[in-house]
Design a protein around this ligand. Structure first.
Ligand code: COA
Length: 344
């Protein structure tokens, strides 16, 4: 017999009806150390003028050598749990979206689970490049909607500084470290919470953003280290083009399914990689830039942390309030992209 998902069962009591997942708490963590474009220009053949004009980035946060991804996760998680008024022991599941785990084995999620005292929770890492958080949000929301979990922690956390070649001016100027955490719980109101998702991938562009060594294709050895194969390599131009198209597809895809237009959306949160990518996509979609939240200038591209960091700050700046529609889009290595439509 096929069991009906609890989310679709409407009984007498409204608490038994789960319409969607909702965000009950948000937290962030950023390393204290700020590296400005002027700092980078001291060691690289670049300038503040070039970086600011081509990317919109002015500074980024970089963790010290003693800080690992799980440290940022724990700080962000504690803040999110506090807002949600729950503790680690209440969690059913922890998803850490990252491409820069503390160790290849075990998962960073398990390290976070232990430090949060989340004794009832399952925990796993999710890898989808800078789109990781959008994938994690989608996966977590499905578990809430089916009734399998009631309290989920989704973290987007990366320390790309640890896999950046600081001698490569084409990538070193772009990235920063950070973490964002969300607590997902069931929403019992109609049309409220995380309404629609879109996940996409195109592995034909895998080589555009890649760390060549350290995996099974090319395990770490003296040679790979000598040849700097453990750093992130990127082909900027095709990635730029892909990124703009990813935003176009992410936005139009979910809006069409929900019968909405860009004018219905109060706030757009795009992955913060380059202001020109956001401006280019916004122009094509006819979205005024006032509706596109940006903080790339202060943090650079923080990979999986970028969407939750922007969401946190956009809420602080009251770019959306109760009842607002918020549309988030992520894109990155894989290639991958994904979007989510939310009614706050
Ligand atoms: N400082 C100064 N000059 C630089 C430079 C730097 N940091 N990096 C490249 N240049 C030079 C190049 O050598 C080139 O010089 P040339 O014309 O003499 O050959 C010139 O600037 C233009 O380089 P180009 O690579 O064409 O610049 P661009 O306009 O494509 O901008 C990126 C480069 C990386 C900013 C841009 O391609 C980009 O943002 N791509 C997407 C990156 C991204 O979002 N990645 C993450 C996705 S999750």
């Amino acid at each position: 017999m096929i069991k009906q998902s609890p989310s679709k069962i409407k009984t007498g009591s409204p608490e038994n009806f789960i319409s969607h997942a909702q965000i009950s708490g948000i937290g962030i963590a950023l390393p204290e150390k700020i590296i400005t474009n002027f700092d980078l220009a001291k060691t690289l053949d670049t300038s503040d003028e070039w970086i600011a004009a081509r990317t919109g980035i002015h500074e980024r946060r970089i963790g010290d050598k003693n800080t690992a991804t799980s440290d940022l996760c724990v700080t962000a998680a504690q803040q999110a749990l506090q807002e949600a008024e729950i503790s680690g022991s209440d969690l059913n599941l922890i998803i850490v979206c990252t491409v820069t785990p503390d160790n290849p084995v075990p998962s960073t999620a398990c390290l976070v689970q232990e430090r949060l005292g989340a004794k009832q929770a399952g925990a796993f890492d999710l890898s989808a490049g800078c789109t990781g958080f959008m994938y994690g949000l989608t996966v977590g929301s499905q578990f809430i909607e089916t009734g399998f979990c009631q309290k989920i922690l989704v973290l987007g956390a990366d320390m790309l500084s640890k896999i950046t070649d600081w001698n490569d001016r084409s990538t070193a100027i772009l990235f920063g470290d950070g973490a964002g955490a969300l607590v997902l719980t069931p929403s019992h109101a109609e049309k409220s919470g995380l309404l629609k998702f879109r996940l996409k991938a195109d592995g034909s562009g895998a080589s555009f953003l890649m760390v060549e060594a350290g995996g099974t294709r090319s395990p770490a050895c003296e040679e790979t280290v000598k040849n700097r194969k453990h750093y992130l390599k990127m082909e900027g131009k095709p990635v730029f083009k892909f990124a703009v198209n990813a935003i176009l597809d992410g936005v139009t895809g979910v809006l069409k399914e929900e019968n909405l237009t860009v004018d219905d959306i109060d706030c757009f949160i795009f992955h913060q990689a380059n202001i020109r990518i956001m401006e280019n996509a916004a122009k094509q979609l006819k979205i005024p830039m006032e509706k596109v939240f940006t903080n790339v200038g202060r943090y650079g591209n923080t990979s999986s942390a970028s969407v939750p960091l922007a969401l946190y700050e956009a809420r602080q700046e009251k770019k959306f309030t109760t009842g607002s529609y918020v549309l988030m889009v992520g894109y990155g290595a894989g290639l991958t992209w994904g979007s989510a439509l939310m009614r706050w």
